[in-house]
Design a protein around this ligand. Structure first.
Ligand SMILES: NC(=O)c1ccc[n+]([C@@H]2O[C@H](COP(=O)([O-])OP(=O)(O)OC[C@H]3O[C@@H](n4cnc5c(N)ncnc54)[C@H](O)[C@@H]3O)[C@@H](O)[C@H]2O)c1
Length: 255
C-alpha cells in the first residue's frame, strides 16, 4: 500500500542530520508536513530547506528533548504553527560509551535523559492532542508514535550499559504507550535498527565495524533510508492495525 501522508503533521526529533534527517525527508516525500526538531533551531535549517523544496510545510524548532519545559513548549508551538500533530518520531539519541565499572554518573544520566526521558516527555506532550484528532468525517483520527530504539536494546552490548538500558527502556515504554493509548486510536511502535552508517557509528574502529559486519546476513551496513522507509510504513494507514511492536531493521543481525 502506498503511504499517503498528505494533510498529516509529523514531529521528528534529532532531525538535523543522520537518521532523523532521512526520516523527515521520507515523511515529506509521502506528503507529510514536518516539524524539524533538534538542539538548536539553526541546526535544522538544512533539513527544513530540503523539505520545503519538496513542497511540504516544514519549520525548525530548537528543543532539548530532555527538558520537560522545552518539550511542552515545542509541542504547543508546533500545534499553533501547523494546527495539529499526527505523527511523532522520537529519534534524538546520544551515546557516551564506556565499561560500566568506570562509567560516570554524568555519562549514565546524560544518555538516559536524552534517549529514554526525552522519548517519554515528547510522548506525554503529544498524547492528548493526538487522542483528540478527528478525521474529516468526524471519526477518531488518532496518531502514530514511532520510537527509534536499537538492536542493542534487545541483546545488550559490552561498553554501552547506559545506551542499552535507555533503548531497552524505550522498548518497554513503547509497549506501555500502545496499551494506554490504543483505545483512542493512537498507535505506538518502535524500530530497532541494527548497524546504520551515520556519524554515531563512523567513529568506531575498523576492527569493531568488521566484527559487526560478520554478524549481518545481508553483508552490508544499513542506511538511514532503510530506517526511514520503516518509519513511513508505521506512520501511515498501511500499519493501521500495528501497535506495541518492535520492528527490527538490522539486515538479519538477530531474529
Ligand atoms: N547509527 C546507528 O547505527 C544506530 C543504530 C541503532 C539506533 N540508532 C538510533 O537512531 C537515532 C539517530 O541516530 P543517528 O545515528 O542518526 O545519530 P546522530 O548522532 O547522527 O543524530 C542524532 C541527532 O539527535 C540530536 N540530539 C542529540 N541530543 C539531543 C537533545 N538533547 N535534544 C534534541 N536533539 C538531540 C543530535 O543533535 C543529532 O542531530 C538515535 O536514537 C540512535 O540511538 C542509531
Amino acid at each position: 500500500m502506498e503511504q499517503n501522508l498528505k494533510g498529516k503533521v509529523a514531529i521528528v526529533t534529532g532531525a538535523a542530520r543522520g537518521i532523523g534527517a532521512a526520516i523527515a525527508r521520507q515523511l515529506a516525500k509521502s506528503g507529510a508536513d514536518v516539524a524539524v526538531c533538534d538542539v538548536k533551531e539553526e541546526w535544522c535549517a538544512e533539513t527544513v530547506s530540503v523539505l520545503s523544496a519538496a513542497g511540504v510545510k516544514a519549520k525548525g524548532y530548537g528543543v532539548d528533548v530532555s527538558s520537560s519545559e522545552q518539550v511542552d513548549s515545542c509541542v504547543k508551538s508546533v500545534i499553533a504553527d501547523f494546527g495539529r500533530v499526527d505523527i511523532l518520531v522520537n529519534n534524538a539519541g546520544i551515546t557516551r560509551d564506556g565499561l560500566l565499572m568506570r562509567m560516570s554518573d554524568e555519562d549514565w544520566d546524560a544518555v538516559i535523559n536524552v534517549n529514554l526521558k526525552g522519548t517519554f516527555l515528547f510522548t506525554r506532550a503529544v498524547s492528548r492532542p493526538m487522542m483528540k484528532n478527528k478525521a474529516a468525517d468526524g471519526s477518531s483520527a488518532g496518531g502514530s508514535i514511532i520510537n527509534i530504539a536499537s538492536v542493542v536494546g534487545i541483546m545488550g552490548n559490552a561498553g554501552q550499559a547506559n545506551y542499552t538500558a535507555s533503548k531497552g527502556g524505550v522498548i518497554s515504554l513503547t509497549k506501555t504507550t500502545a496499551k494506554e493509548l490504543g483505545s483512542r486510536n493512537v498507535r505506538c511502535n518502535a524500530i530497532a535498527p541494527g548497524f546504520i552508517q551515520s556519524k554515531m557509528t563512523d567513529v568506531l574502529p575498523d576492527d569493531v565495524k568488521q566484527r559487526y559486519m560478520d554478524t549481518i546476513p545481508l553483508r552490508r551496513f544499513g542506511t538511514a533510508d532503510d530506517i526511514a522507509n520503516a518509519v513511513v510504513w508505521l506512520a501511515g494507514d498501511g500499519a493501521a492495525y500495528v501497535t506495541g511492536q518492535i520492528i527490527s531493521v538490522n539486515g538479519g543481525m538477530i531474529g
